[in-house]
Design a protein around this ligand. Sequence first.
Ligand code: PRP
Length: 216
Amino acid sequence: MDNSMLTIALAKGRLGDKAVKILEKSGYSCDVLKTDSRQLILTDESQKLRFILSKPVDVPTYVSYGTADIGVVGKDTVLEAGLDLYEVLDLNYGQCRLAVCGPVTEQERWQHITNKRIATKYPNVTRQFFSETRQESVEIIKLNGSIELAPLVGLADLIVDIVESGRTLKENNLTVFETIAEISARMVVNRVSMKMKADRITPMISAIRTVLKESE
Ligand code: PRP
């Protein structure tokens, strides 16, 4: 592996697209990404930058193993991964929250449900939240999407999910009971890279921080 090359893991899709815009405003060309190609590794030799394109949920893994020096990913994914990453910047986009939600009709009662069954894409965060804040062990049902369906069909009492506008909850007679964490896109760095490639990474963080301040 070329040590002077800086590798950035980006999520395919909206999350990654916004990261590209921020990088460009910060003075880093991302032209190599602007092709129709389906290549998953794109290298810009002149800037000594390499981009790897992964599923959002896998970005923390690439960074924690050091196969990427830097990654951009949602705080929800960082929390669920539970890996030892250095979170250096809040990129101030993709804002939403991770919350315990359930049927509006259960609003007064939900805390008293015994042996709660909770459907979620975030089993680790859910288990930890209930055990640390409530000393409560819960039954977790892992789903991969449309989590709001679970309480409607009796699969679960509650859900732990992302709430953005709140529209999905509202249109399914569900509501937020408790917020677990405020979420936004974060820049994470491998701990070894942060030391070994500080001469590349520190100026990048500073440039991005300046761009973020200007757009506040
Ligand atoms: C997310 C999340 C909620 C919805 C919240 O789902 O899981 O279902 O968005 O948005 P809202 O508060 O603005 O209605 P996503 O669209 O990522 O799809 P998924 O259900 O497959 O996870």
